[in-house]
Each structure stands twice: as C-alpha cells, then as structure tokens.
Design a protein around this ligand. Structure first.
Ligand code: GLC
Length: 565
C-alpha cells in the first residue's frame, strides 16, 4: 500500500531549530545552514595528489584538484590530519596542533588552499584529534619527564597493580594492554590507541583550555569546521574499574571485553557542548566520528538541546547488508531521530563501499545504486575520495608490505587499512597520475579501468553518474530540504521513497536485486499524472503508474501533478 503523508511537521521543527542559531552562521532565507546543503568529501592527504614528486600526496596537490572537486559537486573537503606528526598512525598522532607537517607543505600552502577553495565555494574542514596526542608532542615529553612536571596531569598516569602489572585490564583498540610502563617515573600511562598516542586527560581544565584554543586558532585561519576524531574515548573511569570480559579474542589475540569503563562516558557530552560553543562563534560545523550501536546512541550526540554535534556521522550505515528492507528500516530510524542525518558509505578505516556491497559482477551498477541512495536522502552526505570512480580496496598480499601498524600486529586476520588508502586514480598513466615518484602505497590494478580521465569521457561511468546526481541534489528543493517518506514498505527488492518540498515531489526507486523489476506506485490514485525521469540508469523508466527498473537499476523522477489536483 502506498502512503503519501504530509511531511511539513518535521520540516517546521527543523526550521525552528535552525533559526535559533547565531547570525554568524551562513543561513538561507528559510533557516537552513550551509552544512545542510553542502556535500562533504573526505580526503586522505597522503593519497590524493602529489605535487612535489615524493610519492606522498600534499596540500598543493589538493589545491591543484579543486576544479575537479567543484565540477564533481563538492562543497566542503575534510582533510584527515595534516599536522606535524611522527606518522605512526599516519597523522592521527599529532605532535603540534597548530602547524602543517612539512611532508604536506606549509601554513602558507594551507592558507592558499583555503583561499583557492573560497573562490570556488569549497570550504575546508580539518580533523581534530582530541582524544590523544603523539608521544612526541611537547606536552607529553614534559609530562613524562618527572612526576612533578607542569604537564604531568595532562595525560593519564597511574601506578601498576603490582610488579609488571598494569593498573587494570583495559585493552588498546590496536592490540595489547592500554597501559605502557615508563621507566623514567616508574608509572604507566594510558593509551586507547597505539602506545605512541597517549590519551589526553580531559578532566584537567588546562587540557580543555589548550584544546579549545587550538580550535579557535584554526577558525581564525579560515577553517569551516572539524571532524572530531574518536570522541567516544575522551573519558575513562577515574577509579579504573576493570572492563567485564566477553567470550572470544580479537585479531591481536587479546580477550574481548565490554568497554564500559573507558568508552562513551557521559562526560564526553560536556566537552562536545564546549567545543560547539566555540564553533558557533565562527559559524563552524562539528562532525563526529560517532560509532554508535543504535539510533538512540546516535541521537545523544546532537545534544539534548541541539547543542553538541551538528553532524554526528551515521556510521551504522556502513555496516548494513545490501538489502532493501535492511536499509529501509535503518533510514526510518535515523530520519526520525530528530536531528539532521549524516550519511557515510566509506572512509579511511573501513573496506571501501564498492567491495562491501559489490557482488563481483555488477559492482559498477551497485556503486550507482548506493550513490543514488545516500545522495538523495534527507541529510548531508560525506563522500570518500575515489568512491566516485568505483575505487576498490586493495590490501597488501604480504605482511612485509603492510604500512599500517595494526596490519603487522594483526596479520593475517587484520591486514590493516592500507587497502582503502591507496592513491587516487586520476588516469591510466604511470602511478595512475597520482605522482611521478613511486607512491607510498601501490596503485591498485583497477586504475586502468576506473580512473577520472577515462570515466569523465564515458557517460555511463560511475563518475558521470555521481556528477548527475550531485547536480540534481544541488538544484532540487525536494532533495535539499524536502521530507522523507518511505514507499512500498513491504517490497523485498526495491527501495523507494519520496522527497517532498511543498509541491515539489521527487520519487527515488532503487532496485537492490539482480533481476528486472516493475513497481506500481499508484501515482494517479495519489493525484499525480506521471513521473518524469531526472536521473536513471540502464533501461529504467516510468510509464503511467509503473516504474520499470533494470537489474540494480536506479530511477529518480519528478512527480507531475494531475491537472484536476
Ligand atoms: C580514528 C581514525 C583512525 C585512527 C584512530 C586513532 O578512528 O579514524 O584512522 O587510527 O582514530 O586516532
């Protein structure tokens, strides 16, 4: 049964909360903020474009590709950490929060990127690693130097339980105990991730002040917001209770545990409110790396008074099976959660979307279905570089080639994250046009078939499809601001929905199966005469009440009102 409901209630609520924001925000006449209409694009700077021919990407490389991004339909780029760093975790170990790593360029290069971006309407988002610094940061070097050092309490130091026994049973996300003994002061320090990434002590007001200052510093430099790294892990139980054990072991051989005493503590929300206050002063947006177990956990990150993250990422979306009912149910939950949804299908920590959803035979078609899906939902999408050309995860085949340290400790169960961080495939010249030097990670063999240059010339390519959908998204009121309404909710294969903004109604129908499908939408019965195709793939088309979809076909169409309605 098809249901066409009035969606104005939800739209009005959104409008009211948006109007309450400060005037410093770029808000349109209807109260939408810039980030609600923007398409975000994540760039892993080591792998995007190498301008100085050393095999590693850099900021000038990114600047040289701004025209490409503009043409694609990108409004904001999130650059994963490009600050000075020993690169143990490829930048997520920051040794100076207010500078650029020479490997990526200089602050002047960064300023040029901001100003060239501005000319094209592309904003810059940086990655704020709030949970930990590098062990080479001057704060930590001082902290470890003596028990009475000025920065001692900026990190988490404790005595062991006994000789050679860490303070408790907490396990690092990257393997082994989360405590490392330091002989200089005969105490252990806590690190949720690598030992080279000691956790900052957010219970110390001096840490808070220093980090808020970092945030302000970058806003003054022209940054439009931050993606906040690992926010779940900012606080730990000060009494260091052991985490309860779970059956089984992780890829590193550690016993599994329920991380109730060192993740998702309620104090996290107070810090988010503080960071948000600073952001609001600059019209900036905060995006969260929010791995949540369900929608109610996700909802908390918006804040009880919409005063925390404007854009907590729905990372649950990356774990769903490619199935119409599964996506339908999930979208309904997130869309109804009361905040502005933020959809993501890939990032630098997980297997690429093409591999997760692809069946090995229809990968390009499936990539288009996924693009059509998350780029037409109510909310803001965050793309990952290379997704728009159908790049595939290409993990190392030998342990000795692994660059990501977790791939070496976890081999062969955990091969690390190199596979999803390979160089951008610009063309089919040597090194895929990424660099004239040998790239830091090998270019996957797929660069010959999936690259920007060739796909730009092929109207049926994934890239051209992304461009068409993004163009539509930027110009369609229904897609930008309309409500979401699921249709045909019992269909096991075709996911379909309406996006409705006043009289502007767009129908999206996605065949998530390998067989052709015909779907009746009872358009006439609901006051519409027909559906006019806006973007579709293969042989998908509409006739009368019916939409025909090819295998993994996409139909996005404008609904035309019947004369007498
Ligand atoms: C986040 C990043 C990941 C990094 C970790 C530690 O999860 O996305 O790449 O390794 O934080 O900073």
């Amino acid at each position: 049964m098809v249901r066409f409901a009035c969606l104005m209630g939800c739209f009005c609520a959104l409008l009211t909360s948006a109007l309450a924001q400060t005037a410093a925000n770029a808000i349109d006449a209807e109260g939408h903020q810039w980030w609600q209409h923007a398409v975000f694009y994540e760039i892993y700077p080591r792998s995007f474009a190498d301008s100085n021919h050393d095999g590693v990407g850099d900021l000038n490389g990114i600047t040289s590709k701004l025209d490409y991004l503009k043409d694609l339909g990108v409004d904001a780029i999130w650059i994963t950490p490009c600050f000075p760093s020993p690169q143990v975790d490829f930048g997520y170990d920051v040794s100076d929060y207010e500078n650029i790593d020479p490997m990526y360029g200089t602050l002047a290069d960064f300023d040029a990127l901001v100003s060239e971006g501005r000319k094209r309407g592309i904003r810059i988002i940086l990655d704020f690693v709030v949970n930990h610094s590098s062990d080479q940061h001057k704060w930590f070097l001082d902290s470890k130097s003596s028990r009475t050092a000025e920065h001692r309490d900026w990190y988490i130091w404790r005595d062991g339980k006994g000789p050679e026994e860490p303070p408790n049973n907490w396990i690092s996300e990257f393997g082994g105990s989360a405590w490392k003994f330091d002989a200089t002061t005969s105490q252990y320090y806590y690190h949720y991730f690598y030992a080279e990434q000691p956790d900052l002590n957010w219970r110390n007001p001096a840490v808070k002040d220093a980090m808020f200052d970092v945030e302000r510093w970058w806003y003054k430099r022209g940054v439009s917001g931050f993606r906040l790294d690992a926010v779940d892990t900012l606080f730990e139980d000060p009494n260091l209770h052991d985490n309860p054990a779970l059956p089984g072991k992780n890829a590193y051989g550690d016993p599994l545990q329920e991380k109730i005493y060192n993740t998702k503590l309620p104090e996290v929300h107070e810090v988010l409110r503080g960071l948000r206050q600073v952001a609001d002063g600059s019209g900036a947006v905060l995006i969260g790396e929010t791995w949540t177990k369900d929608v109610s956990e996700l909802r908390k990150y918006y804040g009880d008074h919409s005063d925390e993250l404007q854009m907590p990422m729905d990372l649950m979306f990356t774990k769903l099976k490619f199935s119409a009912p599964v996506f339908r149910e999930h979208i309904a939950g997130v869309d109804g959660a009361g905040g502005w949804p933020v959809y993501v299908i890939s990032n630098h920590d997980i297997v690429r979307s093409c591999d997760r959803y692809g069946d090995g035979q229809h990968d390009d078609e499936i990539a288009k279905v996924m693009a059509a899906l998350y780029l037409t939902l109510r909310g803001t999408p965050i793309m990952y570089y290379g997704e728009e050309i159908g790049m595939k995860t290409t993990p190392p085949t030998r342990k000795e080639d692994v660059k990501d340290p977790i791939g070496r400790t976890g081999w062969p169960k955990e091969k690390g994250r190199d596979g999803e961080r390979t160089p951008m495939q610009w063309d089919k010249s040597a090194n895929a046009g990424f660099s004239t030097a040998t790239p830091w990670l090998p270019v996957p063999p797929t660069y010959k078939t999936h690259n920007v240059a060739d796909e730009s010339k092929d109207p049926d390519s994934i890239l051209e499809f992304y461009k068409r959908v993004l163009k539509l998204r930027h110009t369609s009121k229904a897609l930008l601001d309309g409500g979401y309404q699921a249709l045909n909710e019992n269909d096991p294969d075709v996911l379909s929905y309406l996006r409705t903004y006043n009289d502007d109604v767009v129908l999206v129908a996605l065949n998530m199966s390998g067989s052709p499908k015909k779907v009746n939408f009872q358009l006439k019965h609901n006051g519409f005469s027909s559906a006019k195709s806006l973007v579709s793939t293969g042989k998908s088309s509409a006739k009368g009440d019916e939409v025909s979809l090819g295998p993994y076909g996409v139909f996005i169409g404008q609904l035309i009102r019947a004369e007498n309605h």
